[in-house]
Write a protein of this length. Structure first.
Length: 287
């Protein structure tokens, strides 16, 4: 028998990721958090379609508490627990607060009737495992409502950096985290044991003066590269070439550039015997 001592390398550098989120606290309030606020509001819009009040809510990846405050306003009197891996961010969120990584959920089974997460789950190396943990924290007939970046996010930046690195340095390093394709979302929810899964995506397009302005915003959002296999630094020549490629290939009016953020929204329910189920048979219709 041969026993291998090989250990798979981690996908993300968790220490770097937390440090990136710590760094955002210096820039919050300067407009750099616009994307997280926009996505949080879109999550609330989806929640408004559900005719139900929730009493015990988990805000997973709470950042400074933007989503948690919206959830508390929508569900008057609800207990909203904020969890976030960066204490520097978390201390700005409403109490009760627990410093925790979304890959390691520190709650018992059936603790919440709503788990909401805005732009945190794409940082989970084992997303199916994280969804299983979240399903277990839900009470029967509890709701999971999440938003995470999907496949087309920053396609322009990926293209420009790939071509520039290849030309200037003779090879490329991972620059953007792996993402979930919208067509795979419902399957991930079902795999986690959630029922009535719904997966849909929306595209948010933002324009910037140039590529460096986009990269500064990503830094301020805490969404910069935290892949374990990343190359730590880019040469000035590579950055200059990437900026030129970006401006040429992805222009916007008035000399600006376009940046695409595709957001995947996931909705699923913890199983419960009284849940409405689709009728079997060939006459079933989906509207």
């Amino acid at each position: 028998m041969v026993v291998s001592d090989h250990v798979a390398a981690p996908l993300f550098d968790r220490r770097a990721w937390r440090a990136h989120r710590d760094r955002t606290t210096r820039l919050l309030g300067g407009g750099v958090d616009f994307l997280h606020r926009e996505v949080a509001e879109r999550l609330i819009d989806r929640l408004e379609l559900i005719n139900r009040d929730f009493t015990a809510i988990l805000d997973l990846g709470a950042r400074d508490g933007t989503l948690g405050r919206l959830l508390a306003a929508r569900n008057n009197g609800a207990l909203v627990v904020s969890t976030e891996p960066s204490w520097d961010l978390l201390r700005q969120a409403p109490a009760p607060r627990i410093c925790a990584d979304p890959e390691l959920i520190p709650f018992g089974d059936a603790s919440f009737d709503l788990v909401a997460s805005s732009l945190a789950l794409h940082w989970c190396a084992d997303l199916p495992g994280a969804l299983i943990q979240l399903r277990r924290t839900l009470k029967p007939d509890g709701l999971l409502l999440a938003a995470l970046f999907a496949g087309s996010t920053l396609v322009e930046l990926r293209t420009a950096l790939f071509e520039a690195e290849l030309a200037e340095e003779g090879g490329v390093s991972p620059r953007v985290s792996p993402t979930v394709e919208p067509g795979d979302g419902a399957g991930l929810l079902q795999r986690a044991g959630l029922t009535m899964p719904v997966s849909d995506s929306e595209t948010i397009t933002v324009t910037y003066p140039d590529m460096l302005a986009l990269m500064r915003d990503l830094r301020g959002m805490g969404e910069t590269n935290a892949l374990a296999a990343r190359r730590r630094f880019l040469s000035r020549a590579t950055l200059a070439r990437a900026a030129a490629i970006y401006a040429e290939r992805f222009p916007a009016p008035e000399g600006r550039i376009t940046a695409t953020f595709e957001v995947l929204f996931l909705t699923g329910w913890a199983p419960h015997p009284d849940q409405t189920r689709p009728r079997p048979g060939p006459r079933r219709r989906i509207s």
